[in-house]
Ligand binder design. Structure first.
Ligand code: SAH
Ligand code: CA
Length: 244
């Protein structure tokens, strides 16, 4: 028991320099050109500067993206779901990785960042035909997919990166939509490290999602339907593989 309480730190999170090292050594040199372009366009979009600069942090971290690319290939993903598009970094990554006849159901309450920043680059990549972008709250869209029985157990992969308060609602639906052996990846599951901060030192705007993420992490750990890996990439991602 005592041993469990000992501090063990051998992960990325011990130093920013180590994180930079990984990005510069292993991630950036292999990031596809158009993804790089989209990442940079997201970070430096001239319009709406204050808003976008604040929101630019929302884009999927490239190291997490690199693992996602690997997972998409490992399950040979053809049919996928994306909850939370923003400017489309993870969406483009998925579209570049899936086959010509791949299909991505992509959902966001606000399609403007995608239309403004992501779409021109996605078009240039020639992969827009794989994407069905739906501007809506995600829960009703997933419910509608489930109304059609042929969708049950038909998706290979899902990436969830939207409102944290609904992650569990997404998970419950994805457990029906994904194939057995299919993968769901949840983003921001370390929520800026706030999961281990006292609530008083958590910035006000991060508090509600901190609570949701902490609950999600416990629920996923106890969920026998999935195998999980909580990986310290980006802002934390949790990979779930449907077992039955
Ligand atoms: N995966 C994206 C980042 C997503 S940021 C990337 O790689 O860049 C989170 C997105 O979730 C935002 O664009 C926001 O509009 C969307 N979102 C928030 N709440 C939502 C909801 N209830 N349903 C669908 N999308 C939602
Ligand atoms: Ca995110």
């Amino acid at each position: 028991m005592e041993q469990n309480k000992k501090k063990v730190s051998k992960g990325l999170l011990q130093s920013d320099d180590l994180y930079q090292y990984i990005l510069e050594t292993s991630v950036y040199p292999r990031e596809p050109e158009l993804l790089k372009e989209l990442r940079e366009a997201t970070a430096s979009h001239p319009e709406n500067t204050s808003l976008v600069f604040f929101r630019a942090g929302m884009a999927t971290a490239p190291d997490a993206g690199q693992l996602m690319t690997m997972l998409l290939k490992l399950v040979d993903a053809k049919k996928t779901i994306e909850v939370g598009v923003f400017t489309g970094y993870s969406l483009l990554l998925t579209a570049l990785t899936t086959p010509e006849d791949g299909k991505i159901v992509a959902i966001d309450v606000d399609r403007e960042p995608y239309d403004q920043i992501g779409f021109p680059i996605i078009k240039k990549a020639g992969v827009e035909h794989k994407i069905d972008l739906i501007e809506s709250e995600a829960v009703p869209v997933l419910d509608k997919l489930l109304e059609q029985h042929e969708n049950e157990g038909s998706f290979d992969f899902a990436f969830v990166d939207a409102d944290k308060v609904n992650y569990w609602n997404y998970h419950e639906r994805l457990m029906k939509l994904l194939k057995v052996g299919g993968i769901a990846v949840y983003d921001n599951t370390l929520w800026g490290g706030t999961v281990v901060m006292p609530v008083e030192s958590t910035p006000e705007w991060k508090k509600p999602s901190r609570q949701s993420i902490m609950e999600l992490n416990k629920l996923l750990a106890a969920d026998t339907r999935v195998q999980i890996s909580h990986a310290a990439l980006g802002d934390g991602i949790t990979v779930c593989r449907r077992l039955y």
